[in-house]
Design a protein. Structure first.
Length: 318
């Protein structure tokens, strides 16, 4: 996580926001940000600086709706952050997701995408001219680290900023939603009294091991184990309901199976409102650990369910 204040050196500010045009010794504003027109998911034309940034606290990322990598996970996690922040979104802070595939991602396509992820007020999805979006992404420090414009190569990154104070910070878009909400509260000075973990602090590994850690960080935004469907299916007992080899491959490369027209992958895609399961880049060991965790959690959930009638019949038994 990188934070930059108005007292930071101009060179450091330029490095973070990708330009040497930052005004020395002060926050960047209309002289730095291009006031290009963008179009929202509702078809409204807005201007980057005048309408979206000026005087506002903002959270910005890059996505595209056909993404098979991190975008679905980013959007699902930010949707959780939006719910955690409640009424602050659209009042104290504004979320913006800018499409890097503007030729495909028309306002209508973006609108459908927001509906699939249950996006609430205060979060705009934006499209525009390709050259304008490339410029905006560069100015915001969100462009691909490579020289080529690579859609699949874009990083799952958030730029969190307060235009009024000139403070900006880059963070991961796939962090734990509770951490992101707490970090934003602290960054914007909402004084919730809870300390924010830094990346230098030790990270506790869940007692369930690698499988639990992977599930919590990569899967929990869309799936539960025994608590009902979310953006994706409830995974309770999935290791017995699905053939193991199919399941392992689907976890490893869902995008390829969907592209191949796999019958079950296609049916799941349609059933869950065309929300793409991202390719998380897991190796075979990680896939095995994740499936083992789902299996263990499923057994525990089913055992709890089997004991419940006894507890209800005999309240003294614990």
């Amino acid at each position: 996580m990188e934070r930059l204040g108005t007292s930071a050196a101009a060179a450091a500010a330029a490095l973070l926001l990708g330009s040497a045009a930052v005004m020395a010794g002060g926050p960047w504003g209309p002289q730095y940000f291009p006031n290009v027109p963008l179009t929202t998911q509702d078809g409204t034309v807005v201007h980057l600086y005048d309408d979206l940034l000026k005087g506002k606290a903002v959270v910005i990322n890059l996505i595209y709706t056909r993404c098979t990598a991190s975008c679905p996970l980013e959007t699902a996690k930010l949707a959780q952050v939006q719910r955690l922040l409640g009424g602050r979104v659209g009042k104290d802070v504004f979320f913006y997701s800018i499409s890097i595939d503007p030729k495909h991602d028309t306002p209508e396509v973006l609108k459908a995408y927001t509906q699939r992820f249950h996006v609430g007020p205060g979060w705009l999805f934006l499209t525009g001219k390709d050259e304008d979006i490339q410029l905006v992404s560069k100015k915001l420090g969100l462009s691909s680290p490579t020289d080529a414009w690579s859609r699949d190569g874009h990083q799952p990154t958030l730029m969190v900023g307060n235009e009024s104070t000139g403070e900006w910070m880059r963070s991961s878009a796939v962090e734990n939603p509770k951490f992101l909400a707490r970090m934003m509260s602290d960054f914007f000075g909402w004084k919730n009294g809870k300390p924010v973990r830094t990346y230098a602090a030790p990270v506790a590994i869940p007692r369930g091991g690698k499988g639990e850690s992977l599930f919590n960080s990569r899967c929990a935004a869309c799936h539960s184990i025994g608590k009902g469907d979310g953006l994706g299916p409830d995974l309770l007992n999935v290791t017995t309901l699905r053939e193991r080899a199919w399941l392992a491959r689907y976890v490893a490369e869902p995008d390829r199976m969907l592209a191949e027209g796999d019958r079950l992958a296609t049916a799941l895609f349609a059933k869950y409102k065309n929300v793409r399961m991202p390719n998380l880049g897991l190796d075979s060991e990680e896939v095995g650990a994740l499936l083992s965790h789902i299996e263990q959690r499923s057994r525990a959930a089913l055992a709890d369910e089997a004991r419940r009638p006894l507890v209800e019949m005999h309240p003294a038994r614990k």
